[in-house]
Write a protein that binds this ligand. Structure first.
Ligand SMILES: [Zn+2]
Length: 224
C-alpha cells in the first residue's frame, strides 16, 4: 500500500538537503510526497527582499524530486522565534489535517538555525500522539551548515539510526539543489555540491551502501 509523505522544512533548500534523495525514492515507489515550507526564506535579508524567486526555486526542486508543488506558510525567515509557537502549530495542523500523511520528515531539534528548531518543535506538537493521529512515523533529517554547526551538547547531537539508500537518487538531489543557486556555495563550504555528495557517500559507507541519507527516528508506530 502506498504511503503519503509530508516533508516539513523551515526554508526552501532544507527539504532537498535533508531528504531530497528519500523524497525521489518515495515517489519512485509510488508514494505521494508533499512539501510544507514554514518560513519565507528571505525577509531576514532586508525589506526589499522578494520571496518569489525562492518559492519558484522550491517549486522547480519539488518537480525534480517528484513531489507536489510546495505549500508555503510564509512565516518570517530567521525570526520564527518572534511568532507564537501556537500560531505555527495551528497553521501546520491545518496542512496535516488536509494531507493526512503517514510519514513526516522534518528538522533535527539540535540545529543551529532557530527556524529549524522551532519547525521541529512545532511538528512534534502538531503530531502529538493522540488517538486518531494519522502520522505513523516522524524522522529527523540533517541539514548541512546547520545540523553539524549546532551545539555539541550531548543531547542535541545528530545521531542517525535510520538510513535510506539514495544511490539512484543522488543525481536528482544534486539537480534539485542546483535550483537554489543563491543558497549554495563553492566547496569547501558545507552547502556545496561536493560536500553534499561527500556526506551522502559517508552516510552510505556507514551502512555498507554507495550513498544514503541519514535520519533520527523521532517516532515510529506500527498499529496493525
Ligand atoms: Zn534552513
Amino acid at each position: 500500500m502506498s504511503d503519503t509523505v509530508l516533508v516539513v522544512a523551515a526554508h526552501g533548500d532544507d527539504e532537498a538537503l535533508g531528504c531530497g534523495g528519500t523524497m525521489a525514492r518515495h515517489k519512485a515507489q509510488g508514494d505521494a510526497v508533499d512539501v510544507l515550507l514554514v518560513a519565507d526564506g528571505v525577509t531576514s535579508r532586508g525589506a526589499a527582499a522578494d520571496a518569489g524567486p525562492r518559492q519558484a526555486a522550491a517549486a522547480e526542486a519539488a518537480r525534480i524530486l517528484g513531489s507536489e508543488r510546495p505549500r508555503f506558510l510564509n512565516f518570517p525567515d530567521n525570526r520564527l522565534d518572534t511568532v507564537a509557537l501556537l500560531d505555527v502549530v495551528q497553521a501546520m495542523e491545518e496542512v496535516i489535517a488536509e494531507v493526512h500523511p503517514d510519514i513526516i520528515y522534518t528538522h533535527h531539534g539540535g540545529d543551529l538555525n532557530i527556524d529549524h528548531i522551532i519547525t521541529h518543535r512545532a511538528v512534534m506538537t502538531a503530531c502529538r500522539p493522540v488517538p486518531g493521529q494519522p502520522v505513523q512515523a516522524i524522522y529527523g533529517f540533517e541539514v548541512q551548515s546547520s545540523t553539524e554547526w549546532g551545539s555539541v551538547d550531548q543531547d542535541s547531537q545528530f545521531r542517525p539510526t535510520h538510513f535510506v539508500e539514495i544511490s539512484q537518487q543522488l543525481k536528482a538531489k544534486l539537480a534539485a539543489l542546483d535550483c537554489y543557486k543563491d543558497e549554495m556555495r563553492p566547496f569547501p563550504h558545507a552547502r556545496s555540491g561536493e560536500a553534499v555528495t561527500a556526506l551522502a557517500r559517508l552516510r552510505g559507507s556507514q551502512v555498507g551502501l554507495n550513498a544514503a541519507e541519514a535520519f533520527t527516528v523521532l517516532r515510529q508506530v506500527k498499529p496493525h
